[in-house]
Design a protein around this ligand. Structure first.
Ligand code: SF4
Ligand code: SF4
Length: 474
């Protein structure tokens, strides 16, 4: 057993309000430079929709991630020979119009315009060419279902469903999907890079691009099935989300998580067995990848894991953080959080709690075990997004979320706590109350359990609380 530590995130889609606040500090801090204008390391998409870049989920078009081929795990885009053949033209790459042509406005002309009868206006100007341009697509083009009647048919998550029915006015549904690099355990971007510039950090699993070694081949861009590596047209290097590692090393959480208005994000470490990555990524059929992935996670309270971790010199404060990890609790213990498109086989480490809303069906007397199938968002759609089409894990997570709501309703509204609710979803009331605490009212120190880099602070208490050597500004 080879124990590795992975920084991970869980996002509770039940609470995302689509405000895009998370994207803004990320943009302001990491991608305001020339050549990076079109990059959004964190973006928020509306589902149904085809997202940013367009149709990133459609691997028959973009050929990202891994596939099982004759019992072997291989990159969808092919190996070294295929790369050499495409060295001058890689047809799998998204083009700038799939992201969007970044633009700005000449704001100065508003102030300097001469006095006229009409209010002055300014035209959009391309940030690539400096020329006036017509805006035809943007990173949030299908925000709040805008244009979904045209683009919805291309949303791959409607597989097995009649999209026309669900996009009709009376039955339409939507929810938000914030996205960032998944810092995968089996990253296709790293495996696709011919220069060895992409790498996964040993100490916390964050995936980075060595700017000195990158030669701008862009195979990482096409290899990533989540399309979360971007090519900087000015420096001719690839760039990506760095999981705010300078902040994490100081015990702080990422900018997107810290700024999240809906408090939907959780950040923490997960211990996993690196010896079994290949086995998990090779699980067949596709729906078996999620349980195999979950099986890699190690219980940080298990004496065998603790002894092995001590042997492998994993610092005690990291183990303490792993024991308090909200990620382990939400993904493994309660099985509320699920991976995004596990069928891409990269073993992503940003997981999602499926959205339950709208909640009307749960407010009546309907049994919560059946109510989840009557929610507006089809379980099948969520399963296509999160569990390679397997509806059972999604149904279990939704039932448990519904049980928390139903129990708290019995306490707060009906004033008659109903202890039968927990048993109906295979839990006890104490666990439902813990779920309520973590999902609804958790404080910063419970949502973000980030161990500092060991060289900064040897005091485990500081590291667990989060702010080694820095004033506690919370
Ligand atoms: S999501 Fe991130 S780590 Fe995973 S393949 Fe894409 S760029 Fe690499
Ligand atoms: S800040 Fe939070 S609530 Fe707002 S869009 Fe981002 S993830 Fe959703």
């Amino acid at each position: 057993m080879k124990i590795k530590v992975q920084m991970s995130m869980v996002l509770n889609l039940d609470k995302c309000i689509g405000c895009h606040t998370c994207s803004i500090p990320c943009k302001n801090v990491w991608t305001t430079r020339e050549g990076a204008e079109y990059m959004w390391f964190n973006n928020v998409e509306t589902k149904p929709g085809i997202g940013y870049p367009r149709e990133w989920e459609n691997q028959s078009k973009h050929k990202g991630g891994w596939v099982m081929d004759g019992g072997q795990l291989r990159l969808t885009a092919g190996g070294r020979l295929q790369k050499v053949a495409r060295v001058f033209h890689n047809p799998d790459l998204p083009v700038i119009d799939d992201y969007y042509e970044p633009w700005d406005y000449d704001y100065a002309s508003l102030i300097t315009a001469p006095h006229k009868n009409h209010q002055p206006s300014i035209r959009p100007k391309s940030q690539l060419t400096g020329e006036p341009m017509q805006i035809k697509w943007g990173p949030n083009w299908d925000d709040d279902l805008a244009g979904v009647c045209e683009t919805g048919a291309r949303d791959v998550n409607f597989s097995g469903l009649d999209h026309a029915i669900y996009l009709s006015f009376k039955q339409v549904f939507m929810f938000y999907l914030p996205r960032l690099c998944e810092h995968c355990l089996n990253p296709a971007c790293v495996a696709s890079c011919p220069s060895g510039a992409m790498y996964k950090r040993d100490e916390d699993g964050i995936v980075l691009v060595d700017q000195e070694r990158c030669r701008g081949w862009r195979y990482c861009v096409s290899g990533c099935p989540y399309k979360k590596v971007y090519f900087n047209w000015r420096t001719h290097r690839s760039e990506k989300c760095i999981f705010c590692y300078p902040r994490l090393e100081a015990g702080l959480t990422t900018l997107c998580a810290h700024s999240c208005v809906g408090r939907i994000r959780y950040v923490g470490v997960v211990l996993y067995d690196a010896d079994r990555i290949h086995e998990a990524a090779s699980a067949t059929p596709d729906k078996d990848v999620y349980p195999a992935h979950l099986d890699l996670f190690l219980d940080p309270s298990d004496p065998e894991t603790i002894a092995a971790a001590a042997n492998q010199r994993i610092p005690e404060h990291v183990m303490a953080a792993a024991r308090r990890s909200p990620i382990y609790t939400l993904a493994k213990t309660w099985q509320l959080a699920l991976p995004l498109h596990p069928e891409f086989r990269t073993l992503p480490m940003v997981w999602y709690i499926p959205p339950l809303s709208p909640v009307e069906a749960l407010a009546g007397n309907e049994d919560i075990r059946t109510a989840v199938d009557n929610l507006r968002i089809p379980v099948k759609y969520l399963a296509n997004l999160l569990t390679a089409g397997n509806e059972e894990p999604v149904r279990l997570a939704l039932k448990r979320l519904a049980a928390v709501r139903a129990y708290m309703r019995s306490v707060r509204v009906e004033k008659k706590p109903d202890d039968t609710i927990a048993a109906s979803v295979g839990l006890d009331t104490a666990t439902l109350l813990k779920m309520y605490d973590l999902l609804a009212i958790a404080k910063l120190e419970d949502r973000f359990v980030v161990p500092t880099a060991t060289h900064l602070d040897k005091n485990p208490l500081h590291t667990i609380k989060g702010c080694a050597g820095f004033p506690d500004y919370r």
